[in-house]
Design a protein around this ligand. Structure first.
Ligand code: SF4
Length: 530
């Protein structure tokens, strides 16, 4: 069998392709982006006509994947953890309509917030939706589990959530491939009402989902992904989930662990295994990346007298990602200086690239606002968040995708005038357009700057669905034509641009200014590939 050296993300992509994938749907988001990129560059995907274009946002991606599953084909939908919030409406209802062709939802969590606004744990969403979850502990499991997930999804007619974390997504290991499977033929659901969530049908579907829960638990016990290995030392029983298991094993290169270990990579929790571990050990230690998700749940399953260590009692830190050193400390293993980060690896504070064309957009905005009191620029997710830092100090907020426009609107409702929203072109089509419609409807006196760099820059230059369409979208949403201004953010046009921004700040209605200049990183990339 062929052996490939793959990132965790790439192992998921290759696993899905070899499982007979018909379409991947996604919006770029670190650390999930490379899954879709791998499929976009795959000859196997091209030869087999696999759908692999970017979606406008995670909700549209989720809905398109549900549609492909409806048609009987296998669909993968990928996002970062905060993207699952955007997709939550479709995600929760996907659990109720179920699956026809296999439907796998991949959410990549970012504990330690390397490039995210929060470190929420997608396992909570999986439990909320009552669907089975998989959490691979290494790259081979990423490959194997996605195939298992598609089979499981089709067998039980349910979407399956796979959760990975940054460290697994972005590290490489050898992965052994299996023979590729053919794509499913188109076949629509036998029950033509399965996907119609009228209350009477939803109630029936929901009951069926509840009835499947025991099957999900039995599979978590019997399918072999979760394993319980009893050790001779009964002092500690270790519960290690997903990548936590890998970190544990790094502390025992000879694999000779004296304690009993329950490895969890499939949910709902395997209750019988947990109870056996709990009855045969004196204290439990839970090692999981993200929230104390298992730690909180097991307390209702084990005797209250049993001591449980983990993130809640401070044995492991409550926030941030785990690592082998933290696991060693929790087990009181004295390894001295272990896995020390070399001096050469320095934390680099994020900043706008030198020569970023939209530095000039911020310089013009700062000058146009210099006679007003501070605190009136509402910004968004993406490169331009970095305008918050010195020397620009150009923005005051960054909350979630699309929030710049709606927050500026709310601030003007409260009397802050003028108020400015700053958003990138891709973020605008992701979640800004509906906010703009609200502002147009209420004739809110806000100035919106859509910094157009012709790409989704922060995640590496993926296609922006806004490309060449911003002006016409704004017109279509009702912005008056003479208050849509295109400017060129070059230093030589600085005075002219400041004048334009000032004029629109004075306008008592919705105005949109679009500074247009392509990201220098994507220009460089194009030149290198020419
Ligand atoms: S990636 Fe492009 S848009 Fe983002 S900061 Fe760098 S040059 Fe600017």
């Amino acid at each position: 069998m062929q052996k490939l050296l793959l990132l965790g993300d790439e192992a998921i992509a290759q696993g899905a392709l070899d499982a007979g994938l018909s379409g991947v749907y996604a919006y770029p988001g670190t650390p999930s982006t490379e899954i879709t990129e791998y499929i976009q560059h795959s000859k196997q995907a091209a030869d087999n006509g696999v759908h692999r274009d970017w979606s406008s946002n995670e909700k549209t991606a989720m809905e398109a994947a549900i549609g492909m599953s409806y048609a009987g084909k296998r669909a993968l939908v990928c996002m970062k953890h905060v993207g699952l919030n955007v997709a939550a409406d479709a995600f929760m209802n996907a659990a109720i309509v179920g699956a026809n062709g296999g439907l796998v939802i991949l959410s990549a969590d970012d504990p330690s917030m390397h490039s995210s606004q929060n470190e929420q744990d997608s396992r909570v969403f999986g439990k909320f939706a009552l669907i089975p979850m998989l959490e691979p502990s290494n790259q081979q499991e990423c490959y194997d589990m996605v195939q298992y997930a598609f089979d499981f999804s089709e067998k039980y007619r349910v979407p399956v959530l796979m959760r990975i974390t940054t460290r697994l997504a972005h590290s490489r290991a050898g992965v052994i491939r299996k023979n590729p499977r053919k794509q499913n033929e188109i076949h629509i659901p036998e029950n033509l009402r399965q996907y119609v969530l009228l209350p009477a049908i939803s109630r029936k579907n929901y009951k069926e989902l509840l009835l499947k829960q025991n099957d999900f638990i039995n599979n978590a016990i019997n399918d072999g992904w979760n394993t319980l290995t009893m050790g001779s030392n009964k002092k500690y029983g270790i519960i290690a989930a997903g990548l936590g298991y890998n970190y544990l094993m790094e502390n025992f290169p000879d694999r000779n662990i004296p304690y009993s270990v329950l490895k969890i990579t499939q949910y709902p929790l395997p209750t019988d295994m947990l109870i056996k571990l709990a009855t045969e050990t004196e204290e439990l230690i839970v090692m999981e990346d993200g929230y104390p998700f298992i730690e909180e749940q097991i307390k209702s399953l084990i005797p209250s007298s049993l001591i449980v260590h983990g993130r809640l009692d401070g044995t492991l830190p409550r926030d941030g990602e785990l690592n082998p050193n933290l696991i060693a400390k929790a087990l009181k293993i004295d390894k001295g200086e272990f896995n020390v980060i070399p001096e050469v690896v320095k934390p680099r504070p994020p900043k706008l690239c030198d020569g970023c064309p939209h530095i000039n957009s911020y310089l013009a905005l700062n000058e146009a606002l210099k006679d007003y009191t501070p605190g009136r620029v509402f910004a968004d997710i993406g490169c331009y968040t970095l305008g918050a830092l010195p020397p620009y100090n150009a923005i005051n907020t960054c909350v979630d995708m699309g929030a710049s426009i709606t927050m500026a609107k709310g601030a003007t409702d409260a009397g802050i005038l003028p108020a400015v929203a700053v958003i990138g072109d891709s973020t605008f089509t992701h979640s800004g357009m509906t906010g703009l419609l609200d502002a147009v409807w209420e004739k809110s006196p806000i100035t919106i700057m859509i910094l157009d760099n012709s790409t989704t820059a922060m995640t590496g230059g993926q296609d922006s669905n806004a490309y060449t369409k911003l002006e016409s979208i704004c017109k279509g949403l009702g912005v008056e034509e003479n208050h849509i201004k295109i400017i060129n953010p070059l230093p030589k046009f600085h005075e002219e641009n400041v004048k334009t921004i000032k004029e629109e700040l004075d306008y008592n209605g919705v105005s949109v200014i679009i500074p247009k200049r392509e990201c220098i990183q994507t220009i460089g990339k194009k030149k290198r590939t020419c």
